[in-house]
Design a protein around this ligand. Structure first.
Ligand SMILES: Nc1nc2c(ncn2[C@@H]2O[C@H](COP(=O)(O)OP(=O)(O)OP(=O)(O)O)[C@@H](O)[C@H]2O)c(=O)[nH]1
Length: 610
């Protein structure tokens, strides 16, 4: 079929062909794939009522709308989809839970988070050393990123797995990569210090990931410890202690004297039993997540993985992220060799060809060859992604794509003191631009913008506002690399103005139709190479070349979205014809014109906003 035109610009029609685009692609990306001019696509979309620039990332719905218009079947593929498809070509799936019959209870996986110096490391040590397995193993426990203990509670001897890269960095880094590892977060708060910025940050991370929290009120051995104050402070953040009628367990502990450690373990198990169904399939091919990876001088690449499904064994062919290999040995946190590892068991895997990253998934496949092929394809994709332009994260300038999807603008506010942060948040929350767009502050805190803030921003697509504070070196680096929008302010109203303007700018402009003229078709002429031309008389207003038009037959709209592509009086091309005069109107490739049809022309005018 010949290239039809839309709004005066030619576009190659796809005749239903499929074109695949990565999520967040721009019209330029699409244009490249279908051999069109980016500008033509911008125009086409404009005629459909959407205003985007050629390089702006476009949401799925809009791409599909445009696809339908130009007869291309546009399939939007996310990186996760791409990976899923890659695995499918080998008949593999990640995250499949298999047959419920094969599910068995598994230990909870716990991450400890809290403000610096509140005792995370010491508490993890206290937990590790207060159980028999560790003591019997004798040797020094090694840090491998995670370990498992067996509680020695009176009526409950059960394993618990702790991720011991303390802090939310690993937690959010994994979450940003889509890995869900942690079942329960233990939030450590020093009783002599109280709720601090990183306490709040940590609980925001946990709440955003919808992971239940157990609060460990630490250092109760210290003078000036005030556990009641911690409970009271945390109610402000939605963590209400059970004894106050809430549903969060608070346990008073001392990592130094080990007081309360058993109670903490009990609280973890109770929380697991009460709110989580911790079962996993032990029978299927093993899968899980990489907790830590490093290059060991003697042993080569070593990865600590957490088995999530199946039973990992020595000799398994494994692919972890873009690393692959055969499991040469499995080691626990005491350096003991294991024959196998069940779900929720962290183990060191030796035998990979390269070092995978924390948060990478791993899976066991039938043959080494398959593992290598998957790893190779992933490597190629990572290279391509790096070569492509910087990852498209949202920024104030092109937020609308993201907004159209979730209609919510997420913010992180960091400031130099709690008063200004609160004031800024309060003022921002008062901004109202439209009912269907909301602002949400997902994290606020005092202090510079940290790497962890950027991690959180990455996980949720967020704009980070710094009020009288700056980003730390590492944070800046990460923000630049990942394209996170970080904005600095020192005057509150400036921040408000900018966010408000951005939100307004992102609103779809509202248009209203303004009638320009109408013409009655008297005769239809067939013109070679042009198609049907309507010999008409203008009945009202003016018919203008290039204006939008619709065709009405017997009072029914037969075609909308047309354009007056040619306009003639006798033999001359003209730009407009007024009421009472005759003219020839060409509607581009639209040929279904009959005598007595009425051609109405109109334009869309942007409605001024209140
Ligand atoms: N008295 C007392 N001191 C404690 C307790 N827990 C931790 N400490 C001390 O508090 C300090 C900080 O403890 P860490 O375990 O290093 O704290 P952290 O939260 O891991 O700190 P970072 O890893 O730096 O974030 C150390 O000097 C500990 O000895 C406790 O229960 N009682």
């Amino acid at each position: 079929m010949a290239a039809p035109s839309m709004g005066g610009v030619s576009l190659p029609r796809g005749n239903g062909q499929t074109v695949r685009l990565p999520r967040g692609a721009s019209l330029t990306d699409l244009a490249e794939k279908i051999g069109a001019q980016p500008a033509a696509l911008v125009t086409a979309l404009f005629h459909l009522g959407e205003m985007v620039t050629a390089t702006q990332s476009v949401n799925d719905e809009t791409l599909q709308l445009l696809g339908a218009e130009i007869d291309w079947d546009i399939q939007v593929v996310s990186p996760e989809d791409e990976d899923r498809e890659l695995l499918e070509t080998f008949d593999l799936t990640f995250g499949d839970e298999g047959d419920e019959e094969d599910w068995e209870a598994r230990p909870p996986v716990v991450t400890v988070m809290g403000h610096v110096d509140h005792g995370k490391t010491k508490l993890l040590d206290a937990v590790r050393n207060s159980n028999v397995v560790a003591r019997e193993a004798g040797g020094i426990t090694q840090h491998i990123g995670a370990y498992q203990i067996v509680t020695e509670l009176e009526d409950d001897e059960r394993p618990i797995t702790f991720i011991d890269t303390p802090g939310h960095e690993s937690f959010t880094a994994m979450r940003a990569r889509g890995a869900k590892v942690t079942d329960i977060v233990v939030l450590v708060v020093a009783a002599d210090d109280g709720v601090m910025p990183q306490t709040v940050e940590a609980l925001n991370h946990a709440q955003a990931a919808e992971v239940p929290i157990v609060v460990a009120v630490n250092k109760i051995d210290k003078e000036g410890a005030n556990p009641a104050k911690i409970r009271q402070q945390l109610t402000e953040y939605g963590l209400v202690a059970e004894e106050y009628g809430g549903d969060t367990m608070f346990v008073d502990v001392s990592a130094t004297t080990r007081q309360g450690i058993e109670e903490l373990e009990t609280a973890i198990l109770l929380t697991a039993d009460a709110s989580l169904d911790l079962r996993a399939n032990t029978q299927m091919d093993p899968q899980g997540v990489v907790i830590e990876g490093k290059l060991d001088k003697g042993r080569g690449p070593v990865a600590t993985v957490l088995v999530q499904r199946g039973t990992l064994r020595q000799g398994d062919s494994i692919v972890a992220g873009d690393a692959y290999g055969r499991v040469r040995s499995l080691l626990d946190e005491h350096g003991n060799k294991l024959k196998e590892a069940l779900p929720a068991r962290p183990v060191q895997v030796v035998g990979l060809t390269s070092v995978p990253r924390a948060g990478d998934t791993f899976l066991v496949v039938e043959e080494d060859r398959v593992a290598r092929q998957i790893a190779d394809r992933r490597q190629a994709r990572i290279r391509n992604a790096q070569n492509a332009s910087m990852r498209k994260r949202i920024s104030l300038e092109d937020l609308d794509a993201a907004l159209k999807e979730n209609r919510q603008l997420n913010l992180i506010i960091k400031g130099d003191n709690s008063g200004t942060v609160e004031a800024l948040e309060e003022a921002l929350m008062k901004i109202e631009v439209s009912d269907d767009i909301s602002l949400r502050v997902i994290h606020r805190g005092v202090g510079g913008i940290t790497k962890s803030d950027i991690d959180l921003a990455l996980a949720d697509d967020v704009i980070v506002l710094g009020f009288n504070v700056r980003a730390e070196g590492q944070a800046t680096e990460l923000a630049n690399r990942e394209g996170v929008d970080v904005r600095y302010y020192s005057v509150i109203y400036q921040a408000i103005e900018e966010i408000e303007a951005a939100l307004k700018g992102m609103l779809k402009p509202e248009y209203e139709e303004v009638a320009l003229g109408s013409a009655e078709v008297r005769e239809v002429f067939r013109v070679p190479r042009i198609g049907n031309v309507a010999g008409s008389i203008v009945r009202s207003g003016t018919i203008t070349r290039n204006s939008k038009a619709r065709l009405v037959r017997d009072g029914v709209v037969v075609a909308d979205n047309l354009t007056v592509e040619s306009l003639r009086r006798f033999k001359d091309d003209v730009t407009e014809v007024r009421e009472g005069y005759e003219c020839g109107i060409g509607l581009g490739s639209f040929n279904d014109i009959k005598t007595e049809d009425v051609i109405e022309t109109f334009e869309m005018r942007e409605k001024p906003r209140a």
